[in-house]
Ligand binder design. Structure first.
Ligand SMILES: [Zn+2]
Length: 136
């Protein structure tokens, strides 16, 4: 059983005691440990304030797949960072959303175009083969 000194009266008191038997002051050793916030608490607000993804990767992919239309999401994506740096958080998020939706639409259209192109190409090739073989 350890002895601590009462901070009020200076006398030796048992560290197990909640209060000093001499003056009634609460004993420091018995007191609850200082409140420590949960470790994940600090991450919370910073996550909300995080910079929106500029969708630049998708915009560049859209630009490669579809040259003239791909400029639209690229312009939006490039505005995200500059708007964010100016503190225009809402506008930055809006541009990021626009860049994402435009990129997705262009990538979808480009894939649809290429699939259609291949189908027509294969179809034309099959038709040409059937023409050459039908003569025999
Ligand atoms: Zn005391």
């Amino acid at each position: 059983m350890a002895l601590v000194q009462c901070k009020e009266c200076g006398q030796d008191v048992s560290s197990q005691a909640a209060v000093c038997p001499h003056c009634g002051a609460p004993i420091q050793a018995y007191a609850l440990p200082p409140y420590a916030p949960p470790t994940n608490y600090a991450k919370g607000p910073s996550k909300i304030k995080s910079r929106p993804d500029s969708q630049l990767v998708w915009a560049i992919l859209a630009l490669f797949l579809c040259m003239p239309l791909g400029i639209i999401p690229l312009v939006y994506a490039l505005q995200v960072d500059s708007l964010w740096n100016e503190g225009r958080e809402v506008e930055a998020r809006l541009k990021a959303t626009k860049a994402k939706s435009w990129s997705k639409m262009i990538i979808f259209l480009a894939i649809a175009f290429w699939v259609l192109f291949i189908v027509i190409y294969v179809g034309a090739l099959a038709w040409m083969i059937s023409l050459t073989t039908s003569t025999y």
